[in-house]
Design a binder for this molecule. Sequence first.
Ligand SMILES: Nc1ncnc2c1ncn2[C@@H]1O[C@H](COP(=O)(O)OP(=O)(O)OP(=O)(O)O)[C@@H](O)[C@H]1O
Length: 254
Amino acid sequence: MPEPKLNEPILEIRGLRKSFGALAATDDVSLDLRPGEIHALIGPNGAGKSTLIKQIVGEIRPDAGTIRFEGQVIDGLDAAARARLGLARSFQVSSVIPDFTVLQNVMLAVAGASGAVFRFHLPALADRKLTEPALFHIEQAGLAGRHLVPAATLSHGERRKLEIAMALALRPRAFLLDEPMAGMGLEGGRQLTAILAELRNEAPILLVEHDMDAVFALADRISVLVYGRIIATGSVAEIRANPEVRRSYLGEDA
Ligand SMILES: Nc1ncnc2c1ncn2[C@@H]1O[C@H](COP(=O)(O)OP(=O)(O)OP(=O)(O)O)[C@@H](O)[C@H]1O
């Protein structure tokens, strides 16, 4: 794989198109995810956000266009191969095992990432190669002290943090987060916002989110998708001031 150059986009989408019958769900979309940034993708329901994410992770094949990941064209790779490169969606497809503790779940993710065989008996649980990174990611995700609690008994917000810890264990090169704030409540949302702000230091984040408070607090750049097209990309200030964006998505009170 060619070495990515500093400041070259981690993810580079060019001229992507996907139609369902007569409906252009992705209509000539070009978008970059740069190192260290949180790039929010916003837009009304049905704008094509999920369809775009599915094409990035390899679940849907585009009709046209190219996706590069760390300089490599990934158009021919399936979802599993893309995940192995470090390009995977977090949160939507959840692999949390309810009967396992927080620590066991994260150890499983650490083991999966390293290719180790995970044995569910005491020697494996004492294996510091798994416990140490697992505990580190649990703390990173804001769950310190909760590692012995079964996942089934976690609150909604804690469960999301567990999912972040498991995502971190996979050492992704980019995070694709699909509505992480959904159902979090005010306090949970605040906590998750702080965690995501830190997460960007691990890998850049493409953030699909309807919660505009979170988007405005976190995003370095925002792209606005309407009817499958990106109508604007810019800083929070630029997007808030953009008349077309205000008309089509934010409303005049934004
Ligand atoms: N498999 C499919 N077959 C036909 N139409 C589809 C399919 N998947 C999505 N669509 C249509 O494509 C458009 C974009 O849908 P998509 O789910 O990507 O939007 P979205 O921006 O993610 O919406 P939301 O914010 O509600 O999640 C919608 O009109 C949807 O009905």
